[in-house]
Design a protein around this ligand. Structure first.
Ligand code: BV8
Ligand code: ZN
Length: 270
């Protein structure tokens, strides 16, 4: 169990992680705050001028697809100008440099995947998830629990595809439509009240149970079932290391709790 005061010593964090062969890294919006992506619940967070139930729910999309796409469109434009932070890049290098490390993110900004691509280019490897990689290499792909801003899905025929174009949400008529069945497309993200992709979730819990250590970076630990990945790990006996400027419900599980920004701490830690 963690001692009462947050442990500011990065060295103990390194030691805690150093002893583990298999490590999962659970990240949330906080790791992308250093890239300039607003968080959900922090000061100036994304939800500040929008209430989650207004926008990130199937009901909101059924009621007003234009408004929902306007919000996702502006998030897509904002994130497209953001770069992976030194923390995303340090984690990508760490995961690429040895077996047994898996990144599981709640974020839909694609910055972990971008960091992995840049790291693979540097190492002349094909990026995770592309056909040239061997299955073993693919084992390193980032698990995106809540989908991606840069993918659309068709509620009509289920087709999902990469999509980076800017969204014209001036009217329902200009919203993106499926070129197969003509239905208005939706962002391929998991909304509140929607189940996560069962394969991704099962794989994440499996990794959590097998991990010797779980590094939790930049999440308020509020959203379920993502946040419970840390407690599944802890129950299975893993060492928990948390990086967050604030305490969270996960802090009580942490063996080492490092109070600070991901960009300051993660590159030193890994
Ligand atoms: C589900 C995609 C089964 C969309 C997201 C009561 C009513 C209704 C539902 C519920 C309820 N109680 C529980 C639920 C379930 C609900 C839930 O958890 N609600 C919460 C709000 C209580 N969960 C669901 O609905 C999930 N599905 O349960 O399915 C089901 C099926 C049918 C019917 C019912 C249930 C689906 C949840 C997925 C929602 N989709 N994203 C989009 O992005 O638009 S979640 C959204 O929140 C983002 O993905 C985000 O990542 C995620 C979690 O937030 P965080 O990442 O933690 O971000 P946050 O801003 O909160 O915190 C940032 C942290 O970073 C802070 O701690 C801050 O201190 C720290 N920080 C700041 N700067 C830095 C930093 N850290 C490090 N460095 C820094 N520089
Ligand atoms: Zn379709």
């Amino acid at each position: 169990m963690s001692d009462s005061s947050p442990n500011l010593d990065i060295e103990s964090g390194r030691q805690a992680l150093g002893g583990a062969r298999r490590i999962i890294v659970l990240t949330g919006a906080g790791i992308s705050a250093d890239s300039g992506v607003p968080t959900f619940r922090g000061p100036g967070g994304l939800w500040k001028d929008h209430r989650p139930e207004d926008l990130a729910t199937p009901g909101a999309f059924a009621r007003d697809p234009r408004l929902v796409w306007e919000w996702y469109g502006c998030r897509r434009t904002l994130v497209a100008q953001c770069e992976p932070s030194v923390a995303h890049l340090a984690l990508a290098r760490w995961a690429a440099g040895r077996d047994g490390i898996r990144i599981i993110t709640q974020n839909v900004d694609g910055l972990h995947a971008e960091a992995a691509r840049r790291c693979a280019r540097k190492r002349q490897l094909a990026p995770a998830g592309t056909s040239e990689r061997t299955p073993a290499q693919d084992a390193g792909a980032v698990l995106e629990l809540h989908g991606s801003l840069f993918r659309t899905r068709c509620p009509g025929c289920g087709a999902s595809r990469e999509s980076r174009e800017s969204i014209d949400a001036t009217s329902e008529a200009t919203l993106p439509r499926c070129d197969r069945c003509g239905t208005t497309l939706r962002p391929d993200v998991v909304w509140f009240g929607e189940s996560l992709d069962s394969q991704v979730l099962e794989r994440s819990f499996e990794l959590a149970e097998q991990a010797g250590a779980c590094l939790v970076v930049g999440t308020s630990g509020v959203v379920q079932p993502a946040a419970s990945i840390a407690s599944v790990s802890a129950r299975a006996g893993a060492v928990i290391v948390e990086v967050n400027p604030e305490p969270t419900p996960i802090t009580k599980l942490a063996d080492v709790s490092l109070r600070g920004r991901a960009a300051e701490i993660v590159p030193e830690l890994v």
